[in-house]
Design a binder for this molecule. Structure first.
Ligand SMILES: Nc1ncnc2c1ncn2[C@@H]1O[C@H](COP(=O)(O)OP(=O)(O)O)[C@@H](O)[C@H]1O
Ligand SMILES: [Mg+2]
Length: 228
């Protein structure tokens, strides 16, 4: 089942009278259990695509469907609810809150959503990413790879079916990067989520099931890696 569908999606930004066409008619699907890489040089539209795929923004034209729900007619509150329940984001810079411990960072989205049992769920997620022992550390007491694991645990907090990662290994050394990519792959294979990861790393892209090459806002090629 396609958890993410983009149909002829275009996105242009207009600043100071200049229009930039960041995406030009992109169509793609990512299925449950699939781990897909989004590659292409800086400025080709990767972050724009992930933001649309995660209902952070609306396309200028075309349609985005997340778990079968079109984002087009949703108001801001409904988009926020869709993001909270269906999408987990992982960023290059981790984006943890420095004043909160690891477990508090993971727990926060569940508390915001008013979910019962938030602490227990957060500890389970930390255990799943291999960080149960470090639950009470603050981000500055963790390595980059550990911080990204916490961020992944947070992305998994609400058990979303779609995980979007924007250059998640960009700030990590290659051995750590490999383990983070392995973890994202397990989210697809063990939890059945659809995982879409923008990356500059050849190794990271090669670990995915499929890779989508973007160039100047268009899909240039879609390649199977043979890693299913
Ligand atoms: N908020 C924005 N306002 C104006 N232009 C933007 C904005 N976000 C991205 N762009 C432009 O859209 C194009 C694609 O950017 P982006 O999606 O960030 O690419 P990538 O993530 O592949 O580096 C670039 O030309 C970029 O300058
Ligand atoms: Mg980017």
């Amino acid at each position: 089942m396609a958890l993410l569908e983009l149909e002829e999606v275009s996105k242009s930004y207009r600043t100071d009278g200049v229009t930039v066409e960041a995406l030009r008619g992109v169509s793609l699907e990512v299925d449950a259990g699939e781990f897909v890489a989004l590659v292409g040089r800086s400025g080709c539209g990767k972050t724009t695509l992930l933001n649309l795929a995660g209902a952070m923004d609306q396309p200028t034209a075309g349609e985005v469907r997340i778990a079968g729900v079109s984002t087009r007619r949703l108001n801001d509150a409904a988009l926020a609810r869709l993001r909270r329940t269906s999408v987990g984001f992982v960023f290059q810079s981790f984006q943890l809150l420095g004043t909160l411990t690891a477990v508090e960072n993971v727990e926060l989205p569940l508390l915001v959503a008013g979910q019962a049992g938030a602490r227990r769920a957060a500890l389970e997620r930390l255990d799943w990413v291999g960080l149960a022992d470090l639950a009470n550390r603050y981000p500055h007491q963790l390595s980059g790879g550990q911080m990204q694991r916490v961020a992944i645990a947070r992305a998994l907090a609400a058990s979303p079916r779609l995980i979007l990662a924007d250059e998640p290994t960009g700030n990590l050394d290659s051995a750590t990067a490999e383990s983070i990519v392995g973890l994202l792959g397990r989210i697809a294979s063990e939890q059945g989520a659809a995982v879409l990861m923008a990356t500059h790393s050849q190794e990271a892209a090669a670990a995915c099931h499929r890779l989508i090459r973007l160039r100047d806002g268009r899909i240039e090629a879609i390649e199977e890696t043979g890693r299913r």
